[in-house]
Ligand binder design. Structure first.
Ligand SMILES: [Zn+2]
Ligand SMILES: [Zn+2]
Length: 256
């Protein structure tokens, strides 16, 4: 469902999965900038917004985890990195066994990818109700995507027992807007043909969304595309359209 008003407007999109137990969402600009080190914003102001978001999510304040993202392909186990207001672990994807930790991933043109993995036949993370479950959130920009951040995240979920994985590819710069030099597009297209695209004005571009879907489907993941484009939709933050304004978040958490 798409929500557009009241406190629900903190979300650009929000839905539930795994029998309504797991929530997946992307914030809108109305949730404000959620990232430190963007522009010259006061850190306390960002903490105020993060607390409001956690209240809306219905999770314990201070439990929502944020990463220090560096466009790598590093995947972390959230259980090994307790939430701490002053520090964030460095990495670009993470997973939570049994969905125990609420996860955030921040973006503004890169793709936020949320995942829920399940197994009926037993895994290391056994959810109430007898079905094992593992959640994940990944930051898939050009660098991370090409270095394998999605492959690594899917592999981590498999390692923790997931047999069926659902993924939601959230809003990012679309293949008709993400202009790059011709040499870059042509070189990347040799290895990853799905990434080659063209802008609406006829110049070389990259389609990260198509490439992400290609990678995930190739590993048997069930993909849901949310077609929003950050450059075209001003209810989302975009680094290319408005540098320094902020980051929105992809969120995956379990209802308490
Ligand atoms: Zn990014
Ligand atoms: Zn676009």
């Amino acid at each position: 469902m798409t929500e557009a008003g009241g406190v629900d407007s903190l979300y650009w999109w929000h839905d539930t999965a795994a029998g309504g137990d797991v929530h997946v969402a992307f914030t809108s600009v109305r949730a404000g900038n959620l990232a430190r080190h963007v522009g010259d914003e006061d850190v306390e102001q960002i903490e105020v917004r993060r607390r409001a978001l956690q209240q809306r999510m219905g999770v314990e304040p201070g439990t929502l985890r944020f990463l220090d993202q560096v466009h790598s392909a590093t995947v972390l186990d959230a259980a090994a990195h307790p939430a701490s207001p002053g520090a964030a672990p460095t990495g670009d994807a993470w997973f939570s066994r049994a969905g125990a930790e609420p996860l955030a991933i921040m973006v503004a043109d890169c793709l936020p990818v949320l995942m829920v993995g399940r197994t009926a036949s037993g895994g290391t993370s056994r959810a109430p109700g007898g079905e094992a479950l593992v959640t994940a959130a990944a930051h898939a920009g050009r660098a991370g995507l090409l270095d394998g951040v999605l492959e690594n995240t899917v592999a981590a979920l498999h390692e923790y027992g997931a047999e069926r994985i659902q993924a939601w590819i959230g809003p990012g710069a679309c293949g008709s807007c993400y202009e790059v030099p011709a040499a870059m597009r042509d070189e990347l297209a040799v290895r990853r043909p799905a990434i080659a695209s063209e802008t609406t004005w006829g110049t070389p571009a990259l389609d990260l969304r198509s490439e992400a879907e290609e990678v995930l489907r190739g590993r048997g993941v069930e993909v849901r595309q949310l077609a929003g484009c950050t450059i075209e939709d001003d209810t989302l933050f975009s680094h290319r359209r408005a540098p320094g304004e902020g980051r929105f978040a992809g969120l995956v958490w379990r209802a308490r």
